[in-house]
Design a binder for this molecule. Structure first.
Ligand code: LMR
Length: 401
């Protein structure tokens, strides 16, 4: 193991004795640790230089909802090198709440105990303005679920406030190049709010997670066709991460052939496959008693890898991104899931030229209207006053039934 915890080099760190003291301080009490809890930083000076010579400069990944179930799967994937590769050291900056502060310390202890060589630093805190400082990536996972009797508008308002705050924090302290992946629901509109409050960051740096829906769609198509899932490609999720999302079987391919040629069963594709993907999160909650966590974490890792790895020739991936200048005539200023491709440098382009038949068009329109309505409900959180909030149909998140 090439790291020790005994010496610190950065002014963000605390010495071992102090760290221990900070760790033992009851949650909520003032400590002298910089992020409100404590910081681990490893001294690499005794490390095998041959092993680390070709490593890239460290990147900082901030994660909100870090003590939750999704993070509990994701953090270990990132720290192991699975997402960014074996030559990319990482610093994890974990954002919790006052309530989860002590649990967060438990998460950090487990991370320590995994002996991940690439994990160089773990910072914990409950203040977004400190935790997001200099972040290269912000994974915004934490959000509150809809409570009993709450309208969708109430949910938007409740979580929107949180994402407006986090957007402001990112704007102030994150790197200008920071990539922001919003997972907390309703993720498309939360991403839009966050973006509106972070004008220093390029709007194209924001994503809302629909990779989970893409993975779900690929799995069901593979099962139906009786093939291994890796042969399913070119699957787009259009629109909102809600029950209006449109899993596109029209442009999907199986083994390089049109999905509709391989699965010659339009009734199944329209009436079974489509609603199954739209409501899969809810079915899972019914069975598990909680929302998807491991598969969501895997899909976040997939979504990040998709941005830092060149996309296979001819293929694409789904991500909900800003619609400004999109080639499909979707209303501008929405965060809408579309087919994307990346050169592997963290950026993406929207793939043009997909065939949009009447069946797709009608459903994509519905999701677009839903997102447009959601935007008007939260416009005050985006610095626009006076828009009216009209939600015609109380549509659901995938996890609500
Ligand atoms: C999912 O798709 O599984 C989640 O978004 C469900 C939820 O609402 O938490």
């Amino acid at each position: 193991m090439g790291k020790t915890c005994s010496k610190t080099t950065s002014n963000l760190s605390v010495k071992r004795g102090e760290r221990q003291k900070a760790r033992n301080t009851p949650a909520g009490k003032e400590t002298n640790a910089p992020l409100g809890v404590f910081v681990l930083e490893y001294d690499a000076s005794n490390e095998d230089i041959e092993k680390t010579r070709n490593w890239k400069p460290i990147i900082k990944i901030a994660v909100s909802g870090a003590a939750g179930m999704i993070s509990n799967h994701l953090l270990f994937k990132i720290a192991s090198g699975e997402v960014f590769g074996p030559d990319q050291p990482v610093a994890l900056r974990l954002l919790g709440s006052e309530r989860s502060q002590v649990a967060l310390e438990g998460v950090a202890m487990e991370l320590e105990d995994c002996l991940f060589p690439l994990l160089r630093e773990v910072d914990l805190g409950i203040d977004a303005k400190k935790v997001f400082e200099d972040a290269d990536w912000a994974l915004l996972i934490g959000a509150k679920p809809r409570g009993p009797g709450m309208e969708r508008g109430d949910l938007l308002e409740m979580n929107g406030g949180l994402f407006a705050e986090q957007g402001k924090a990112l704007n102030e302290v994150a790197k200008k190049t920071c990539k922001v992946m919003v997972v907390g629901n309703p993720c498309n509109t939360n991403a839009l709010i966050c973006m509106a409050n972070a004008p220093n960051l390029d709007r194209r740096n924001f994503h809302a997670l629909t990779r989970l829906d893409e993975n779900r769609a690929k799995c069901q198509l593979a099962l139906k066709a009786g093939v291994f899932y890796e042969t399913v490609s070119n699957v787009t999720i259009w629109g909102n991460h809600s029950t209006t999302q449109v899993p596109d079987f029209v442009n999907a391919k199986i083994g390089g052939e049109r999905c509709t040629d391989v699965i010659d069963d339009q009734t199944w594709l329209e009436n079974d496959f489509t609603p199954a993907i739209q409501t899969r999160g809810g079915l899972l909650i019914k069975k598990w008693g909680r929302s998807s966590a491991a598969s969501t974490a895997v899909s976040i890792a997939d979504a990040m890898k998709a941005l830092v790895t060149p996309t296979k020739e001819g293929d694409w991936f789904s991500s909900a991104v800003i619609t400004d200048g999109n080639p499909y005539g979707i209303e501008e200023g929405l965060v809408f899931s579309m087919p994307c491709r990346s050169k592997g440098d963290g950026s993406y382009e929207i793939v043009e030229g997909l065939k949009i038949n009447d069946w797709l068009r009608e459903r994509i329109k519905k999701s677009e209207e839903e997102l447009s309505n959601e935007r008007s409900c939260v416009s005050h959180l985006m610095g626009v006053e006076g828009a009216s909030c009209v939600i015609l149909e109380d549509t659901l998140l995938p996890g609500e039934m």
